[in-house]
Design a protein around this ligand. Structure first.
Ligand code: NAD
Length: 356
């Protein structure tokens, strides 16, 4: 990968490679943009097959955080960090303390949080060496696990889509196929089931799918079968890059709205393919912003952490705005979301330039 070429074309500010021999830490911090504020984004721990894969992941995720914060109208930029390692076998307190020292050195340009492979407990170790960490334990006054609020926001996004497609916002009897029932997906399932939705679920860990199915009265299918399930909504809540030339033609849904980051393998191509199939796509970074919104209000602005989920999150209003813009201007929804986010970033850039 030509790293500088990608940094230039995608507008990344900074990419930091971190090594701590004693802690066994190999990590990359990506700061995509600090135009609107400090770059807040989660810390992912994953056994990447190659360094190039880790670099690509951190850069795409950091960029998505910039648009997520801007679309949600938060005074935050976009960043992300990855630790190369297996979260099941390679975690130690010192690994996260070393990571905290690296975050601290950036002086607040990057603020970290949980992501796939990291937990509230890991954030507590980071907190020992940096103050630039969110999503720490609620017992210590932090905002805790962002997943309940992310799931609340995903539900709001689904409601905005339903309203656009059907003119109704009833979840009762709605058929929803959920891919991935981890932190976000399992809470989303419980919330939707409580409102009468009929669920089909899958997970690459079959025991997780079975447990959620038992709790929610859902049907379980094999991971590869989820794309073929006839449903009103397909909700990707696992890993990214799952909507592509092979999977989109198989979908039998009217709406794609889920919590996963980077759902489209190629944003332009696969966003257009969904559009051509008359499937309404809820732009991922608009729909899954609930956790970030929660962290912003509670950890950055210091509002009280007195309820589990910051709800309603505001995702409904932003999604509605994006869907209306797309309809009025006859443009795909991913483009309407991108224009909303970039217009705010450009306005802030112009203001900063005028001040200097
Ligand atoms: P998680 O690791 O707790 O859960 C993901 C689940 O999806 C796991 O159970 C995994 O086995 C399953 N999975 C992954 N790929 C799958 C596939 N192809 N088929 C079936 N199952 C699959 O992660 P999470 O915190 O729930 O996050 C889920 C997604 O939402 C991720 O893309 C994450 O980046 C995004 N996200 C999470 C939050 C949050 O607050 N946790 C916020 C914003 C975005």
């Amino acid at each position: 990968m030509q790293i500088f070429e990608r940094m230039t074309t995608r507008g990344h500010e900074e990419l930091v490679f971190v090594h701590d021999r004693d802690a066994g830490l190999r990590a990359i911090i990506g700061v995509h943009s600090t135009v609107l504020g400090p770059a807040l984004g989660g810390l992912r721990m994953w056994p990447y097959a190659s360094e190039a894969e880790a670099v690509y992941d951190v850069m795409r995720l950091a960029e998505a955080m910039t648009y997520k914060a801007a679309a949600a109208n938060l005074k935050l930029g976009g960043g992300k960090a990855v630790i190369i390692g297996d979260p099941h076998t390679d975690k130690t307190p010192e690994l996260f303390r070393a990571m905290g020292r690296a975050v601290e050195k950036l002086g607040g340009r990057y603020i970290t949080a949980e992501d796939i492979g990291t937990s509230v407990e890991d954030m507590e170790y980071l907190r020992q060496t940096t103050s630039y960490v969110t999503g720490t334990s609620r017992a210590d006054g932090g905002s805790g696990d962002p997943s309940p609020t992310t799931a609340a926001g995903v539900e709001e996004g689904i409601l905005a889509c339903l309203e656009a497609v059907d003119g109704s916002m009833s979840l009762n009897g709605l058929r929803v196929a959920v891919q991935g029932v981890g932190h976000v997906g399992s809470i989303l399932c419980r919330n939707l089931a409580a409102k009468g939705a009929r669920l089909t679920v899958t997970d690459i860990h079959p025991e997780r799918a079975r447990q959620v199915a038992d709790e929610c009265g859902a049907t379980v299918v094999e991971p590869d079968e989820i794309y073929d399930v006839a449903a009103d909504v397909f909700a990707p809540c696992g890993f990214g890059f799952i909507l592509d030339d092979e999977t989109i033609p198989r979908l039998k849904c009217r709406i794609v709205a889920g919590g996963a980051n980077n759902q489209l393998k190629d944003v332009e191509r696969h966003g257009a393919l969904l559009e051509s199939r008359d499937i309404l796509y809820a732009p991922d970074y608009v729909g899954n912003a609930g956790g970030l919104i929660n962290m912003y209000y509670r950890d950055i602005l210091g509002r009280p952490c007195d309820t589990e989920a910051w709800s309603p999150t505001g995702v409904y209003e932003t999604m509605k705005q994006v869907l209306e813009t797309a309809r009025e201007r006859k443009i795909p929804t991913f483009r309407a979301a991108h224009e909303l986010a970039t217009s705010r970033i450009e306005a802030a850039r112009r203001e900063q330039a005028a001040r200097t």
